[in-house]
Write a protein that binds this ligand. Structure first.
Ligand code: NAP
Length: 283
């Protein structure tokens, strides 16, 4: 376990998984930088909790969409602590809607946060970790980084992309003592559901869209998913376990739903799995 000198950085700490992970890492001996793009969103609650529990944690601004914001935050941490041991690339949201009805701007913005955001942070910290010859980077993807459901194509695109990139760079970085870890949660009860962005052109009720039936089916499926979520602290526990392991696995699946569906995927042909999802979503 860390002794208070090891430094962790978490993106998207204002709520949900990032909020819980920042506190969990600080409670377990990491000097933790809980970063947020808008400090007004969650910093007070985080700072109050840290103060009450006397945790080694500070909140600093970091918007993963912005080069300067990422560089400024990492430079500040290096200036203050001269090391970074753990990075959790957590910031993200989901864009939903029929692919045909999603605009290029919405697609680019989704990639900007979920994919390029994680890349920005990794490129900012890897030179330091390489010099340290140690470091762990946990990328929060999703079970949706390995299987895909309809109406979520661009979100899946970002998460599949981050999985592929992570798999490739772990070969490059391993020799320098840098471990890349994927965290793949199923449905988690966080602001994620409230923050879902609906593609603006997409079919809503009464819009006479060719995708209206699908939209209604997916909206029903979503209601079921939201009923069966795990608490974000469950994901934080797994992240802690992964980043404190001397020899972490590459993938950590979190939640029974994710474990069940990924197991089914492993044991089925493409055709069988697609039939299962079609039945599931009444397609
Ligand atoms: N909840 C789930 O079911 C689930 C399942 C699998 C994977 N995940 C993944 O888990 C991660 C965390 O999601 P969550 O469930 O904890 O949702 P959440 O409660 O909505 O938290 C998302 C966090 O990302 C931040 N964020 C968004 N854009 C950002 C940017 N440009 N720069 C910095 N921070 C930004 C949000 O900040 P603001 O407060 O400023 O918006 C918020 O702190 C996401 O990558 C998500 O894809 C979630």
């Amino acid at each position: 376990m860390p002794n208070g000198r090891e430094v962790a950085v978490v993106t998207g700490s204002s709520s949900g998984i990032g909020f819980e992970t920042s506190l969990t890492l600080a409670r377990n001996g990491f000097y933790t930088y809980a970063t947020m793009r808008k400090l007004e969103n969650g910093s007070q609650q985080m700072t109050d909790t840290a103060k009450n529990e006397n945790l080694p944690l500070q909140v600093i601004p970091l918007d993963v969409n912005n080069d300067k914001s990422v560089i400024d935050a990492i430079n500040r941490i290096v200036k203050e602590k001269d090391r970074i041991d753990v990075v959790v690339n957590n910031a993200g949201y989901a864009l939903v809607g029929a692919f045909e009805e999603t605009s290029m701007d919405e697609i680019k913005t989704q990639f900007e946060t979920n994919f390029f955001g994680a890349i920005r942070v990794m490129q900012a910290v890897i030179p330091l970790m390489r010099k340290q010859r140690s470091g762990k980077i946990a990328n929060i993807t999703s079970m949706g980084g390995r299987i895909a459901i309809p109406f979520d194509s661009i979100y899946h695109g970002t998460k599949f992309a981050l999985e592929g990139l992570s798999e490739s760079i772990q070969y490059e970085l391993g020799p320098f003592g840098i471990k890349i870890i994927l965290i793949e949660p199923g449905a988690v009860g966080s602001n994620f559901w409230k923050n879902l962005k609906m593609a603006t052109k997409t079919s809503g009720p009464g819009k006479n869209s060719p995708y209206e039936k699908l939209a209604n089916n997916m909206s029903e499926a979503l209601k079921q998913m939201v009923k069966n979520t795990i608490h974000p602290s469950e994901v934080a526990k797994v992240i802690l376990q992964a980043v404190t392991s001397a020899s972490p696995d590459f993938r950590y699946v979190v939640g029974k739903d994710a474990a069940t569906i990924l197991e089914a995927r492993r044991n089925m042909s493409d055709r069988e799995f697609q039939s299962l999802l079609k039945r599931q979503f009444n397609l």
